[in-house]
Design a protein around this ligand. Sequence first.
Ligand code: F6P
Length: 526
Amino acid sequence: MSNNPALLPEWSTLATHAQKMSNFLIRDMFRTNPNRFDEYSLSFNGLFLDYSKNNLNAETLKLLMALARQQNIESARDRMFSGDPMNTTESRPVLHTALRAPVNPPVMVGSENIMLFVHDILKKIESFCRDIHQGIHTGHTGKRITHIVNLGTGGSYLGPQLAVEALSTFKVPRIKTFFVSNVDGADIDRVLKIAPPEQTLFIVASKTFTTRETITNAHTAKKWLVETLGHSVDVSKHFIALSTNDEAAQAFGIRPDLIFPFRDWVGGRFSLWSSIGMSIALSIGFDNFQKLLNGAHDMDQHFCSAPLEKNMPILLAVIGIWNRNFLHRQTQAIIPYNARLARFPYFLQQLDMESNGKSVDLDGGKITAYDTGSIIFGEPGTDSQHSFFQKIHQGTDIIPVDFIGVKKPDHPYTDHHTILMHNMVAQSQALMEGRPDISEGQNPHRYFSGNRPSNTLILDELSPYHLGLLIALYEHKIFVQGVIWHINSFDQFGVELGKELAKNIEKGDALHADSSTRGLLHHLFT
Ligand code: F6P
């Protein structure tokens, strides 16, 4: 039997069912079923999901679960957790889940129980946090470290930055954290202008320790330290590395005891749970970092044990498949109604699109019969309401939305919070209900079709634990979708060609390039 999902009878049944469903409106399904909200929502440890405002019914979910089962989702999940080389193109296990698990039971990679390594590194992170927070590890002149600058890009930045911003109410006093990701000199300039050299610690966060952007920024930071503190400065006191490439980190001048390793079974976009999370631990304290890991681990447990029909990541995944493949929605908006979660859409852009933006299947075949990952975008509400919500409400594309709210405010302005939450709920209501009673003929510009789908996720509070639950939820959603689409969600060869060509151009190899490439270079550099 082929693994191409579009050739499965379950797929054809869903396609036929989708045609039938086009005769139904979500608002009518609420009217005919007063229990719809209760039936189409679930809660896990302080994370609530309402998926009732989707164009689906019990039959849809039954068929979607049959598709997931046919694609062996449960065995794929179990294989991932136990260390099978799920990243087939790179022959690597995919074990970010091990980074947040207790030391027992063991997880074996070859003959190594990696849980011992994971917990050793956690202890090393904990002790370094203590050294920084208590002023034991100081800068070259003996002053306390107060400024942390994470130099890293992609997964070596998006997750940590999301967590540090989202959890800013848990911040350790005296520590200020900055992120420099872009090779644009303006990015590092912004930070070097305000960082006190004697009290600044640079974290070179790079899985490979070869990423041009990060290494360029690291060299600039080193030069700045020498220029500002003098040639006798011991720069090694101001640099640590988070990397799988010990050799390159040492060659850069990082002290071996200040290299915090992780392994190649952690994908960059899944690495915030590894030593890549150092900036998080330094910013909010190790205990809170551990709570973030605990939240993610509890979501792992739920993902592994809850029945498919009550399994939050699986539900989110199959609803996404329904929207993408059977209702042909190309995009997915992520709208956090929480300013501290402003970076969540950016984080998900990498997590989702780098994982599932694929057009070759696991057998190396070109995918032509079905679509894979959605286009992810988003901004926090209420700001997004005043920019692109026009299109979400009245545009020709139907854009499914994930609304994300937090029940308990973490600031004293509770009246603001009430307005914010009212807005979030009103938006999902407006998308679903529309304003169909104003006929197009009478007043076409004020017509709202409604029937526009959304999920709403509500965290009890924006704590490290709840953030851990939320991030792991989306990690597993994306994994499940990748399994159904029969793709490898764990490689990212698509980012390489551009990097190679940039290197060629740098070497002066653009001589035989097309006239636009040559013309642009000429325009820029003459
Ligand atoms: O270019 C994409 C990418 O490889 C991401 O997958 C990764 O998160 C990022 O670059 C950074 O890579 P590194 O941590 O090796 O510097």
